[in-house]
Design a protein around this ligand. Structure first.
Ligand code: SAM
Length: 261
């Protein structure tokens, strides 16, 4: 198939059998599973997913790839094992195509990572687990327990991320400027919000306030958004030092602050 890769759509096609096998292994798929794939591209991952699962829904934005995918998976589409959806995943209500329980497995374009994580977690029924191939630096940031970030805490609020393995840039065609990594996120749910009786809206308001100014201490950042609160007492109630910085807190401390604010 002749297809000129579109840079603006992050089209770096995976050509490493080892990486594909590891993604599939990490996803722990069964014949009962329904899977969402974002950006099937030329279908290398789709093909493997179809072998292991009950059903795959694949959303592809590049309409030039659709005729190829329709032909390649003609049988699976006819048997309703594969549903190909043309469009931008950010504009699509994926719940229209999937049951409440599903898994997300994808080699995602770099530019989409932030939006995609935000959207998938905030839907009413987020996936039960995810295995993503994404920019290595982002996977490292999400799983760095020593220095936290808004992105990392946002992920930990819903699930348990794990850095699985680096995938070198030479495993893609065309070769990107950076290395990638496989990131797995297990046990995804909204349980922590229920447990701490905190709304997602409140939690993210506190998180954003806490990380607003990198150089400032947490006390200062929170004080600017919540001027009527005794921040010193609040920090004490969550067993935090008055001098701590946002990046030192784990996700439970953020839940504690949100609960008590
Ligand atoms: N899965 C293929 C593979 O592993 O070789 C392709 C991966 S490539 C990194 C990303 C894919 O996502 C491309 O096929 C691209 O066209 C598609 N894509 C980019 N932006 C998208 C969006 N907003 N919604 C859905 N698909 C998108």
């Amino acid at each position: 198939m002749k297809h000129l890769p579109k840079k603006q759509l992050g089209q770096n096609f995976l050509n490493s059998v080892g990486a594909l096998e590891l993604i599939i292994k990490e996803a722990e798929l069964s014949k009962e599973d329904c899977v969402l794939e974002i950006g099937p591209g030329k279908g290398v991952l789709t093909e493997k997913l179809l072998l292991q699962t009950k059903m795959v829904v694949a959303v592809e934005k590049d309409r030039d790839l659709l005729p190829f995918l329709n032909e390649k998976f003609e049988k699976e589409i006819r048997e309703k094992k594969l549903v190909l959806v043309e469009g931008d995943v950010r504009d699509i209500d994926i719940q229209n195509y999937l049951p409440q329980k599903y898994k997300l497995v994808a080699n995602i374009p770099y530019y989409l990572t932030g939006d995609l994580l935000k959207k998938t977690f905030s839907t009413t029924y987020p996936p039960k687990s995810m295995v993503l191939l994404l920019q290595k630096e982002v996977a490292q940031r999400i799983t760095d327990l020593k220095k936290s970030s808004i992105l990392a805490v946002s992920v930990w609020a819903y699930g348990e991320p794990k850095f699985v393995k680096t995938v070198k840039r030479g495993s893609f065609q065309p070769v990107p400027n950076v290395d990638s990594a496989i990131l797995s996120i297990k046990n995804i749910s909204k349980k922590s919000f229920e447990h701490f009786q905190v709304s997602e809206e409140k939690f993210f308001k506190v998180l954003k306030a806490g990380f607003a100014h990198k150089r400032k201490k947490l006390r200062k950042n929170l004080g600017e958004v919540f001027p009527d609160i005794n921040i010193e007492n609040l920090l004490k109630n969550c067993e935090l030092s008055n001098d701590c910085r946002a990046e030192e807190l784990n996700v439970n401390k953020w839940f504690c602050l949100s609960q008590k604010l």
